[in-house]
Design a protein around this ligand. Sequence first.
Ligand code: DC
Length: 256
Amino acid sequence: MGYAVTTSTTHGPVMIDATAKQGQASALPERFVVAIDGQASTGKSSVGQKLARRLHAAFLDTGAMYRAVTALCIERGVSTGDDAAVLELARQADLSFDWSSFPPKLHAFGASISERLRSTAVDGQVSVVAAIGPVREFLVERQRWTTHQRPRLVTEGRDQGTVVFPDAMAKFFLVADPQERARRRCAQNPGADYDAILRNLIDRDRRDSSRAVGPMAVAPDAAVIDTTRMTEEEVVVHLETLVRAAAGRRVAREER
Ligand code: DC
């Protein structure tokens, strides 16, 4: 059975029957970027990973890079208010992804740091680190460089469609009601404090969208997907449909 979902773009809403369109799968180009941006805890990461698998693409979690720098600051006693020291630490850490695992593990100082990125302390300080202009410039360069290693890429963050990959083949911006996002986070972490999570989400969204450099923003050509009443599977199927349609348009353009 097909389901109809509404997607709004800056050109207005479009209705799509996801299952019907799936049958029209287009061949994917050798190189492409799919950019998924959006609010905290809208499922960008799990949706992005599943989409990457379906598209035989690599998955880049750019939030993990900002989280890694934050975790290192906390562990090494570097103040997140000292921009120069934070940048120096980010440089020294030599962040790199191990593409042999899926999702790829993030390495810092030669060892995996992926297990240390989700603490409450990191949640609380990461948007301060993400607002430091020179740190963003440094990490954005590394994100762009990824496409030399992985020519088919699904990437997620806050500025992927606007700043990092403005020419991405497909761009999405995921949103959901804050209460629903906090509920999903609590379901993943039984015993978590719903009110504290809700406050953190709202606070991070506010800081991420109001910073001067690379703020969270909807690219003019991004499809805005409200996932509040969608299952994860529905979101993945919908995004795959739109990516394959975009791939078809690109291939047709290149053949002309
Ligand atoms: O997606 P996440 O929750 O792991 O992101 C952690 C923080 O990093 C979040 O507060 C926003 C920031 N971030 C960013 O500023 N730019 C990105 N491309 C990715 C994440």
